[in-house]
Design a protein around this ligand. Structure first.
Ligand SMILES: [Zn+2]
Ligand SMILES: [Zn+2]
Length: 374
């Protein structure tokens, strides 16, 4: 359930222990002992987990307001003097109350944190229900509450023209010929998403894309993406001036050829363009450019502040992506301490992500990453 900031904070502080709702079809399914996830209305991954300890049904809010202790429903003692059931009219009309009735949901806050792995790929498997369920099973085993699946745009035929610029290098041309590239259509992915939505799954599952962004392909990307709707779009920079920076051949094509300072400037320049494009809800692995342990000679703090400011402006979330740690053996579990502290200071919304490419890797280091967000 989504909550406005005020109610959300009151539940978090233990000042509100009864949530008031219309008793519509969705609420009728709630039973005592159930777990409820309260999501902050503007911060999707700020979640309070509660257990339902009681359910109080009434014909309307007038009756509920007469019967339940209002100090537990979100009012201060002071406010209860002027509180009235008309306060609920801005959410639910009298007609709706009459049609469904209303319910006071008594809750007890759980000490558990909401664990979400917001980045994983079906890349090495089929677009099939069975394969998705392997990711779900692993997530349940690891105690996650949510997984977000996002295949790369290079899985889909529609995006093939957006990778043309990489083909000037023979190694990249070969890489793009791999059987995992451009072998499905977006419609096939949409059908899979529709199929999964029909299932009653034990955790939340969202679907999006990891879009390989470049300045020169932005217009093409915008056009393709405008025809589809996904739960989210994650923007990623994987190449600098048409050279991939994270491949085994990247040393020879990029790192041994260009100065690190230039690579870093171009990378963060591309990242800024990616954010400014306004195409994306999330930014993938903001500092994976560090994966080969090559660092610039200049101080990055100004760059980090600029990136944080742009993310805030676009209301984009940034990943703390643990892939660099367990896939590329970098000591950082996701973002560097420095970048993480800038993001926190600037109030950038952060999400935890494993970048799993196999079901087995779902949830890798997610608890550690979540700990770093506190
Ligand atoms: Zn990526
Ligand atoms: Zn990825």
């Amino acid at each position: 359930m989504r909550l406005y900031s005020d109610s959300f904070e009151k539940i978090r502080n233990g000042e509100k222990t009864i949530e008031l709702r219309l008793n519509d079809e969705k609420r009728r399914k709630i039973q005592t002992g159930d777990t409820i996830f309260f999501h902050h209305c503007n911060r999707e991954y700020d979640v309070i987990i509660c257990t339902v300890t009681g359910l109080y049904h009434f014909k309307d809010f007038k009756e509920l307001y007469r019967s339940l202790p209002l100090e537990r429903c979100g009012y201060t003692k002071e406010e209860t003097r002027n509180a009235g059931s008309e306060d609920m009219l801005k959410y639910y009309s009298l007609e709706k109350q009459k049609e469904y009735g209303v319910v006071g949901i008594e809750i007890r806050k759980n000490s558990q944190s909401y664990l979400a792995d917001c980045h994983m790929h079906l890349e090495y498997g089929d677009l099939s229900k069975e394969y998705v369920l392997q990711f779900v099973d692993e997530a349940v085993k690891k105690g996650l509450h949510e997984i977000d699946i996002l295949d790369h745009t290079h899985r889909f035929k529609e995006f093939e023209p957006c990778y043309e610029h990489l083909k000037v290098y023979a190694e990249q041309k070969e890489w793009l010929k791999q059987p995992t590239k451009f072998h499905n259509t977006l419609d096939e992915y949409i059908s899979l998403i529709d199929e999964i939505r029909q299932l009653d799954l034990p955790i939340k599952v969202k679907f999006g894309l990891e879009v390989c962004y470049t300045r020169n392909t932005e217009t093409m990307l915008r056009k393709i993406l405008s025809g589809y709707h996904f739960d989210f779009l994650t923007g990623a920079v994987h190449s600098i001036n048409s050279i991939l920076y994270d491949m085994s051949f990247s040393q020879a094509l990029l790192w041994n050829v260009y100065p690190a300072d230039q690579i870093y400037r171009d990378y963060y320049g591309a990242l800024a363009d990616c954010i400014n494009s306004g195409l994306f809800d999330r930014l993938a692995h903001p500092d994976t450019i560090k994966m080969f342990h090559i660092y610039p000679s200049y101080d990055l703090s100004e760059t980090y502040s600029r990136i944080a400011g742009l993310l805030k402006k676009q209301a984009m979330m940034a990943e703390i992506n643990t892939g660099c740690h367990y896939r590329y053996h970098h000591p950082d579990i996701g973002l560097s301490d420095e970048l993480l502290s800038v993001f926190k200071k600037e109030g950038v919304q952060l999400i935890t992500a494993s970048d799993a490419h196999r079901p087995f890797d779902v949830g890798s280091y997610i608890r550690e990453a979540a700990e770093r967000l506190k």
